[in-house]
Design a protein around this ligand. Structure first.
Ligand SMILES: Nc1ncnc2c1ncn2[C@@H]1O[C@H](COP(=O)(O)OP(=O)(O)OP(=O)(O)O)[C@@H](O)[C@H]1O
Ligand SMILES: NC(=[NH2+])NCCC[C@H](N)C(=O)O
Length: 456
């Protein structure tokens, strides 16, 4: 064997060992995580890593390959750190994190408009300092507010770590929910009644001449009963959820017939291309990252869609399911119809979580209730140049404006994403209808400006 070949053999062995260590360390960390002994895990893995390294002679032979080997080890170390940061914290550590987060949030003079900032008072913090949700999840307040205390520019700033979080930390969540959805005056016990899809035929094509609307989309979120939300999901649960949703989706028929693609099997280039075509979610939203949304990526994540790409299910993004209906035109009626059929079918085989007060339950309080966001990508060049007028109309019509790259993106070339802002306290039908009315009003305003008026 030539010395190069021999080096390669050694190097392969070395990498194999690194692979073994990698797998082993992950398993170990998880085991120790259960027992709340992170340091033992790290020590054990490091010791194992040393024992498994090639001896000195072998090391000499692989010197030229050491850079690669080091990268492998660095990746392993990084993985260890990543896992370590997820390991269960002591109540004292949690209290310290909460104090620090509260301090930095309340002392920030520049970014102070989040709902978290508005409702996280000293009293609320003290009351929940040592509280956790029910086992086995045992989420603490920090699991819910970590994103908002890190990103002071959040509009909301909280995510429920499990369904129980809404009840256990109610003095924080309830006012946030009622404020966001315009229900501050509503004292009733039930803020969201049963699903009510209404008369689907009343929803129409909003732009039959295809002058303004490029596409329409309605999505709802669902979470499976009995599982925590993304901040506390374990790797095994990600896989279980994916399996359940996949099974239910693959049983759909007619126009909804499609295939499931697990994220790990979608090439990165293809993923990027699907994101650019607005059909796939992206990884990396900073608010979600801090809340723990991308742990164990790409495990359990994926997408189901029909060949026409008009019916899609996102699996294990922000919620366990995002059920989506789309069309490359303004036919909101067609989109709504398909969504209703899809969710009705899925409900037959999946048990979705509901809250007695808030209805369909989601990780983010802004999505509770109907969980429905109906949107159009619309070109309104004249109105978009009149920013104040557009903003005032959106406010009046309860609409939200985003860029077409998704949430937290900017409007480009007069094309924007306009959707209903509220999701709770109204029926599904009322919200889609209100988006319909809002879009009709915006198109009329655009036409008025086109005709030389509308600048009052
Ligand atoms: N009407 C639409 N036509 C085509 N694509 C759309 C439409 N509305 C949204 N999208 C696309 O869907 C993707 C996800 O959008 P975005 O993240 O803003 O909202 P979402 O999926 O409703 O969830 P969330 O509100 O939780 O962020 C993006 O690629 C966005 O461009
Ligand atoms: N995808 C969402 N849930 N968006 C709404 C809120 C996003 C972010 N946490 C904020 O507070 O600004």
């Amino acid at each position: 064997m030539s010395s190069i070949e021999s080096k390669r053999v050694q190097y392969r062995k070395y990498l194999e060992r690194a692979g073994v260590i990698d797998a082993l360390s992950k398993a170990l960390i998880k085991l120790y995580e259960e027992q709340n002994k992170p340091d033992d895990a790290i020590r054990f893995v490091r010791k194992f890593m040393c024992e498994s390294c090639p001896d000195d002679d072998q090391f000499d032979m692989m010197k030229s390959d050491l850079e690669e080997a080091n990268k492998t080890i660095a990746r392993l170390e990084q993985e260890l750190e990543r896992l370590r940061s997820q390991i269960k914290k002591t109540p004292e550590e949690i209290a310290e994190l909460l104090e620090d987060g509260f301090k930095s949030l309340t002392e920030d003079e520049e970014f102070n408009n989040s709902l978290l900032r508005k409702y996280l008072t000293r009293e609320v913090l003290d009351e929940y300092m040592m509280t956790t949700t029910a086992p086995p999840t045992e989420a603490n307040l920090f699991d819910c507010i970590q994103s908002g205390t890190t990103h002071h520019d959040s509009s909301c700033g909280v995510y429920a770590a499990d369904a129980d979080s809404y009840d256990v930390f109610t003095k924080l969540f309830d006012p946030i929910i009622r404020d966001y959805h315009g229900q501050l005056e509503n004292e009733s016990d039930v803020l969201q009644k049963d699903n009510d899809w209404g008369n689907v035929d009343e929803i129409e094509n909003l732009d039959p001449e295809r002058k303004y609307i490029l596409s329409a989309r309605i999505r709802i979120a669902r979470n499976l009963d009995g599982y925590p939300f993304f901040p506390k999901l374990r790797e095994k649960q990600y896989i279980e959820i994916e399996e359940k949703v996949r099974g239910a989706a693959e049983a759909l028929d007619g126009e909804l017939t499609g295939a499931y693609y697990t994220m790990g099997d979608i090439e990165p280039d293809i993923q990027r291309e699907m994101v650019a075509r607005h059909i796939l979610f992206k990884r990396g939203d900073e608010f979600l990252t801090t809340a723990g949304c991308y742990r164990f990526w790409p495990t359990g994540r994926g997408i189901f869609h029909n060949p026409a790409e008009t019916f899609l299910i996102w699996v294990n993004e922000e919620d366990h399911l995002r059920i989506i209906s789309m069309a490359k035109c303004g036919d909101l009626g067609d989109v709504y119809n398909r969504l209703v059929t899809g969710v009705t079918e899925l409900e037959k085989s999946l048990k979705f979580a509901r809250h007695p007060r808030y209805g369909n339950i989601t990780a983010c309080p802004t999505n509770l209730g109907t969980t429905l966001r109906a949107s159009v990508h619309i070109r309104l060049p004249l109105l978009s140049m009149r920013e104040e007028k557009l903003k005032a109309m959106a406010e009046e019509l309860n609409l939200q404006i985003r860029g077409t790259g998704g949430e937290h993106t900017q409007i480009e070339d007069g094309v924007m994403d306009i959707s209903n802002r509220r999701r709770l306290g109204f029926t599904e039908f009322e919200l889609v209808k209100s988006l319909q009315e809002g879009i009709v009003a915006l198109i009329s305003a655009e036409e008025e400006i086109e005709a030389g008026g509308g600048d009052d």
